[in-house]
Design a protein around this ligand. Structure first.
Ligand code: FCB
Length: 464
């Protein structure tokens, strides 16, 4: 019997799953690929749980055919993956390596042959190390390098891939990579964080133009943002001001220039002691403010904040890992609180109302722009039972709750065209290594055998 909830979605709704290159591919030294910042970071002692790296990951580079067959078995209508920049342009500049591009050509052909819509993300955090050595995202030139790379991939795959995403969660690249340092390249410099954010915005804009210059006009270009749902601890004006500050640093810093062509003035005020923003050059905002065909939203959990008189000490409850350095420049007067309620293995509170709120916000702020949920999902401590089956009722409940929120938003007038579960299969969860399992498919890391969990079967039924 089809689930009445999932059966009520529009017929063209995409039922997808998502992954990213460094988290699944492995084959880090093959076919001319050079190190990315994540190779360097994960090989630096103390940076990832258990010293885990993506060297082998789940070996998708060699097993992609079986993985696509699995997707077909699960009746997925779409698959979101990312291209590894150092695999197709090892030094981050100059001509492409065709064998690297060939991997993605074969992957896309395999997907299309099975009737699965490919959705390409150009950048899911694996900057070529050579570009980081030249200054990384705080350097303006990195944005130009990204545009060149976007043109290369657009030319190679634009004839057969319609859905394009420039950047995945630029917030994490800038604020976790250069602010708190829990992500590669692991720098902890508040001013560099905001410079990185601006150059990521510029990269998005220039990359969008570069894609459009080489691709058929029917293709859709989007960006995937992990826009935060920020709630106040109380209605006290100081707590509302704290919400405003975090909202600017999490959301306004990206959707301001991308959707509206300007940074929020309150962001400039709040960060005045950190940076003067003089790297925003004439013409940049127009370059960033490209018309988009869609917007990708990644959602996991909401944030709860208050104002505080003293600098918050100890671990922050913002859900972004532990570091002595805050990822929030200019917001030392804001405290993050644990949102009440049941949590996943990541410690993230389960709250589907946040997803509904987020969708409705962008429905208001970007009227007419189709929305995709490009990531949503949960980590649980999944284990096979003696028969080798993996039962994950908590994940089914999580997905059901969040899909209900999407359905409700559609009823309320939102134009949501698809949902990509994070993740297709268990994989390298960045600084958490392989300890956190987000997959609908279980991966035995000793044998790399894939076993669909009960959530995968449930989702397949929904997709059908
Ligand atoms: C998102 C990332 C994705 C994965 C999930 C759990 O922030 O885009 O790669 O790590 O979180």
């Amino acid at each position: 019997m089809p689930d009445p909830l999932t059966a009520s979605f529009p017929p063209a709704f995409l039922w997808g799953a998502a992954t990213s290159a460094y988290q699944i591919e492995g084959a880090v030294r093959e076919d001319g690929r050079t190190p990315s910042i994540w190779d360097t970071f994960s090989h630096t002692p103390g940076k990832t749980a258990g010293g885990d790296t993506g060297d082998l990951a789940v070996d998708h580079y060699h097993r992609y055919r079986d993985d696509v067959a699995l997707m077909a078995d699960l009746s997925l209508s779409a698959y979101r993956f990312s291209v590894s920049w150092p695999r197709v342009q090892p030094t981050g500049r100059g001509p492409a390596v065709q064998v690297g591009l060939d991997f993605y050509r074969r992957l896309v052909d395999e997907l299309l042959a099975k009737g699965i819509k490919p959705a390409v993300t150009l950048y899911h955090w694996d900057l070529p190390q050579e570009l980081e050595d030249a200054g990384g995202w705080p350097e303006r030139d990195t944005a130009y390098r990204f545009a060149e790379y976007a043109g290369i991939v657009g030319e190679a795959l634009g004839d057969r891939v319609e859905q394009w995403t420039t950047l995945n969660e630029p917030w994490c690249s800038a604020f976790l990579g250069y602010g708190s340092g829990v992500h590669a390249p692991g720098r902890t410099d508040p001013a560099a964080t905001l410079r990185a954010a601006h150059h990521l915005n510029l990269a998005h804009g220039l990359g969008t133009s570069a894609l459009r210059a080489v691709m058929p006009a029917r293709n859709q270009v989007a960006i995937s943002l992990n826009s935060a749902v920020v709630r106040p601890l109380s209605q006290d004006p100081a707590d509302l001001a704290a919400v405003r500050k975090i909202d600017d640093l999490a959301n306004g810093v990206f959707h301001g220039p991308i959707l509206h062509g300007s940074y929020p003035p309150s962001l400039f005020e709040a960060t005045a002691s950190v940076t003067d923003w003089s790297y925003v050059q004439d013409g940049d905002l127009a370059a960033v403010h490209q018309p988009l065909d869609a917007l990708g939203l990644n959602y996991y959990t909401p944030a709860l904040v208050s104002a505080t008189a003293e600098t918050a000490a100890g671990p922050r409850a913002d859900g972004h890992g532990s570091s002595d350095h805050s990822p929030w420049p200019g917001a030392d007067d804001v405290t993050f609180h644990q949102t009440p309620g049941e949590r996943t293995e990541m410690g993230w509170t389960i709250d589907p109302t946040g997803l509904h709120e987020l969708i409705m916000r962008y429905t208001r702020e970007a009227p007419g722009l189709p929305l995709y949920i490009t990531e949503n999902g949960a980590a649980y401590d999944d284990k096979p039972d003696p028969d080798g089956n993996v039962h994950d009722p908590e994940r089914i409940a999580y997905l059901h709750g969040h899909l209900s929120a999407v359905r409700r938003a559609i009823t309320d007038g939102a134009d949501v065209r698809g949902y990509y579960l994070w993740s297709l299969m268990d994989n390298f969860e960045w600084a958490y290594g392989y300890g956190k399992r987000f997959g609908a498919v279980y991966v035995d890391y000793a044998t790399l055998t894939r076993t669909p969990k009960s959530s995968a079967r449930w989702y397949a039924e929904a997709a059908r």
